[in-house]
Design a binder for this molecule. Structure first.
Ligand code: 4AD
Ligand code: MG
Length: 477
């Protein structure tokens, strides 16, 4: 007989059908009621065991976490909380789970404890909901770009250039670190290394994506990126996934339109397709809020927040306007910010970004036209000679979710910038070729996938939205 899954049985009304299903016991109560989950949905199906006619030794092995195979009949449920249940005819224990040893008992566990048990935390409601949403968002990302005429471009993960400047890099080497070959100057001789040169894990696929956009028109990358910064925050990972579209002939306004439309589209997708998981996470966040002091509570529930983002325009504000707002705002005047904003040119910290989004505008904000000297070399210089066509999308509770720009397409301006920053032009010969042959206005951005998952699920810590987080001093599993 074909094996059913819990999701389809819970929405079935074909009563009295014989079914077989396999899954894991969440709870077993009154020697009779199994709450069974198989990962297909956040909801469990109730399986009712005829305990009087079931071997005592089998009943004892129906414990939280055990894997079981069940044959039975789908019937209308008289109990509260479910419409259907399974009247069990046979139950087979596939894999025992000793209740004395199994860490995931049916009670509330802290996220810290679950992080230490990241291989088992996926068996909880919260993490299964988060990871199903992560999967749905990933699908929605590919779906959005393919539907809009983009090509998926796989950027290399090992890179020979380190000119992006997005962050510290992880070195890739096969040299014996105890005893590396040295050259005459006494330095490590990287010509003897695997690739014959220094290589690193990529911090961004952008520069390579630009070369592809200059032929395929619209491309996007969606892959892992690596940053060796010592940032221990709730929004930083050392390994994270980034989505980077790059579009020939798009200017900064087009780029902002794309970012806004893209984010709204993927959030709409999960609102329409992940209702049960979102309802669970919405309730989780509401409960969590109740235990917080009033000032720290969210003004909107998770679902309200997601709908708000989909239904409202993002506010577009220049860096210069933002600095005026920040310079004159209460927390700046009362010296409540850790970094006070005194003058134009200051780099914005997350406290400033969050003030703008959460307190001042109370909606997603796109900041643009930043000072050239706090942004990367490849951003297009404005006519004023001091700002560049950069944009950051800032989200409530998250801060920066997107960073992007219109790219400098003029060879002479780009070369001058590279010189000023002492970047080795030879290393970027292939990048500069795009400006030599058929250069054109083009733009793109990077969206941190985990920050999007955080926003969509309401999870407070980025370590809880990626299966096995990598952070400084932590690469377990
Ligand atoms: O702003 P970033 O550094 O931009 C770039 O790398 C550009 N090359 C992107 C482009 O234009 N194609 O990073 C982009 C986004 C950030 O806005 C943030 O959401 C995320 O990547 N991000 C991180 N997410 C988790 N952990 C980290 N350490 C992150 N660093 C950046
Ligand atoms: Mg950035």
């Amino acid at each position: 007989m074909k094996r059913s899954n819990v999701a389809e049985l819970l929405s079935s009304d074909k009563f009295l059908q014989e079914v077989t299903l396999k899954g894991w016991v969440r709870t077993f109560r009154a020697n009779r009621f199994i709450a069974l989950n198989d990962g297909s949905t956040i909801n469990n199906i109730q399986c009712v065991v005829d305990f009087e006619n079931t071997d005592e030794r089998i009943l004892k092995r129906i414990t939280t976490g055990a894997a079981v195979a069940i044959k039975g009949t789908l019937v209308e449920s008289l109990g509260r909380g479910q419409n259907v249940e399974i009247k069990v005819s046979t139950i087979e224990i596939l894999g025992d789970s000793n209740p004395e040893e199994y860490p995931i008992q049916p009670k509330k566990h802290s996220f810290e404890f679950l992080r230490e048990n990241a291989h088992l935390r996926i068996r909880t409601n919260t993490f299964s909901a988060v990871m199903r949403l992560r999967s749905a968002l990933s699908f929605a990302v590919h779906n959005y770009f393919i539907k809009n005429g983009f090509y998926n471009f796989h950027a290399p993960i090992i890179t020979g250039s380190d000119a992006e400047g997005a962050g510290e890099m992880f070195n890739v080497t096969t040299l014996d670190i105890e005893n590396p070959p040295k050259n005459e100057d006494g330095n490590v001789d990287r010509t003897k290394d695997f690739f014959g040169k220094t290589t690193n894990l990529t911090v961004s696929g952008q520069l390579e994506a630009e070369t592809y956009a200059m032929a395929l028109g619209k491309v996007y990358t969606f892959g892992p990126t690596f940053r060796a910064e010592n940032s221990n925050t709730t929004r930083h990972l050392s390994e994270f996934w980034m989505i980077e579209p790059e579009v020939a002939f798009n200017n900064l306004d087009d780029n902002m339109d794309l970012a806004e439309d893209f984010i709204k589209s993927v959030i709409s997708y999960v609102l329409n397709n992940c209702k049960d998981d979102l309802a669970f996470l919405d309730n989780r966040l509401t409960q969590e809020d109740k235990s917080k002091p009033a000032a720290q509570r969210n003004e909107m529930s998770l679902l309200e927040k997601l709908n708000f983002v989909v239904e409202n325009n993002f506010k577009r504000v220049s860096y210069t306007e933002a600095i005026d707002i920040l310079r004159n705002c209460k927390p700046n005047k009362k010296k409540k910010f850790q970094y006070l904003i005194n003058e134009w040119g200051a780099d914005l910290q997350s406290e400033h970004e969050r003030f703008l989004v959460e307190k001042h505008f109370k909606c997603p904000v796109i900041l643009f036209d930043y000072p050239a000297n706090i942004k990367a070399f490849y951003m297009r210089l404005n006519e004023d000679g001091k700002t560049v066509r950069a944009m950051d999308v800032l989200f409530p509770g998250i801060g920066e979710i997107v960073g992007g720009s219109q790219r400098e397409e003029r060879l002479d301006v780009l070369k001058q910038k590279i010189d000023e920053l002492n970047i080795d032009e030879k290393e970027l010969w292939w990048y500069l070729d795009t400006r030599r042959f058929g250069t054109a206005v083009h733009s793109g951005f990077g969206l941190g996938f985990e920050r999007l998952v955080q926003f969509t699920t309401g999870m407070g810590n980025i370590r809880d939205v990626i299966p096995y987080p990598r952070t400084p001093q932590n690469a377990e599993f």
